[in-house]
Design a protein around this ligand. Structure first.
Ligand SMILES: Nc1ncnc2c1ncn2[C@@H]1O[C@H](COP(=O)(O)OP(=O)(O)OP(=O)(O)O)[C@@H](O)[C@H]1O
Length: 332
């Protein structure tokens, strides 16, 4: 297929990005966005990550044209879009609770944006078919939204957003209302879809794992300010400040390195009831870690590993590492 149904062309034919400059938004006296500058990579899959109330949705709504800044500008595909209405700025969006037309089939929902643009019937039919294949809903074309699962509905929403070939795709916690398993599936699926379509995508999430697993680039936002922009690896290993460091999840510092659960491998010595822990990162710089005591925290699948000792290093006994891999292996 030379031209993918959802491919972002940009006016030059290249994928186009989003440039936000000095965007400020107040609600009464409350500053929701404090002079935000941001460049979203053309053709990338970027996560807008932050805690509740950090300003994620406000920023996304301003980029979508559902709200306007008090000052500052928004450029989409090289065009000043700050005060353009949503339908004139070539954005597709999907929200957590997608409002499908309940009385229209999946195919008609996907076709909607094309029909109101009065595209020829055969072109619409062809495109809907391609999009349904893209989101793996071809066999659900004739179902009503009420006959689809939550995950299928969100895929339909994505197909609908892509139908009009937006320059950028904006997703606000698109999988937030779904259960953990479906969420994980859709997350992997979004990654694959994006690898195929390459439309500039900005998606809001408050879930660190989701951002780290899916995004090419992560924008961390807190209290209306951008704390850091970088690849998952950058943020993980070189957090710009304490907020980013702790927000990205459990972390401890061993031998001067940041150690996170993903860096830790655990082998159980069942005979001794002991564990052997490998922190590859530390091995690389010549250290080894041994762990002695396990204590599950009970409420989550994470296990707390106490009394981490580092050979020949005299590191503080009592450093805490949270291990997930351990739970998986222990249960097997
Ligand atoms: N229309 C509004 N009127 C008043 N305050 C608002 C309005 N919209 C957002 N806010 C406030 O602005 C701040 C940022 O809200 P926003 O929805 O952007 O956060 P968020 O990061 O998306 O949070 P969440 O993850 O909880 O959705 C919050 O303190 C919120 O209460």
């Amino acid at each position: 297929m030379s031209q993918h149904p959802g491919r972002s062309g940009g006016r030059s034919g290249e994928p186009s990005g989003i440039v936000v400059r000095g965007v400020h938004r107040k609600f009464g006296d409350f500053v929701a966005l404090d002079d935000v500058d941001l460049e979203v990579k053309p053709g990338g899959l970027t996560a807008l990550l932050g805690p509740s109330g950090g300003g994620k949705s406000t920023l996304l709504r301003i980029i979508a044209g559902l709200d306007y800044p008090d000052r500052g500008t928004v450029e989409i595909a090289g065009q000043d879009a700050t005060f353009l209405p949503p339908q004139r700025r070539s954005v597709g969006f999907v929200f957590q609770h997608y409002a499908a037309f309940k009385h229209l089939t999946t195919a008609r929902n996907v076709a909607f944006g094309l029909e109101i643009r009065k595209r020829p019937k055969n072109e619409v039919a062809e495109k809907v078919q391609e999009l349904l294949e893209l989101v793996h809903l071809e066999q659900f074309a004739d179902r009503l939204p009420s006959q689809l699962s939550g995950g299928q509905r969100q895929r339909m929403a994505l197909a609908r957003a892509l139908a009009v070939e937006p320059e950028v795709l904006l997703l606000d916690e698109p999988f937030g209302a779904l259960d953990a398993k479906v969420r994980k599936e859709l997350r992997d699926w979004l990654r694959r879809l994006h690898d195929e379509v390459h439309v500039t995508t900005l998606f809001v999430t408050h879930d660190q794992e989701e951002a780290l697993e899916v995004a090419d680039e992560i924008v961390v936002i807190n209290e209306g300010r951008i704390e850091q922009v970088g690849s998952p690896g950058d943020l993980y290993d070189r957090p710009a400040n304490d907020f980013v460091m702790s927000f990205l999840g459990p972390v401890t510092r061993l031998a001067g390195e940041l150690v996170r659960p993903h860096d830790v491998e655990v082998l159980l010595d069942e005979r001794a009831g002991a564990v052997e822990v490998t922190v590859t990162k530390l091995l690389r710089v010549g250290y080894e870690v041994r762990a002695e005591t396990l204590a599950a925290d009970g409420s989550t699948p994470w296990v707390q590993l106490n009394r981490v000792q580092v050979d020949e290093l005299g590191l503080q006994v009592g450093a805490v590492v949270w291990l997930r891999a351990l739970v998986v292996r222990a249960a097997a």
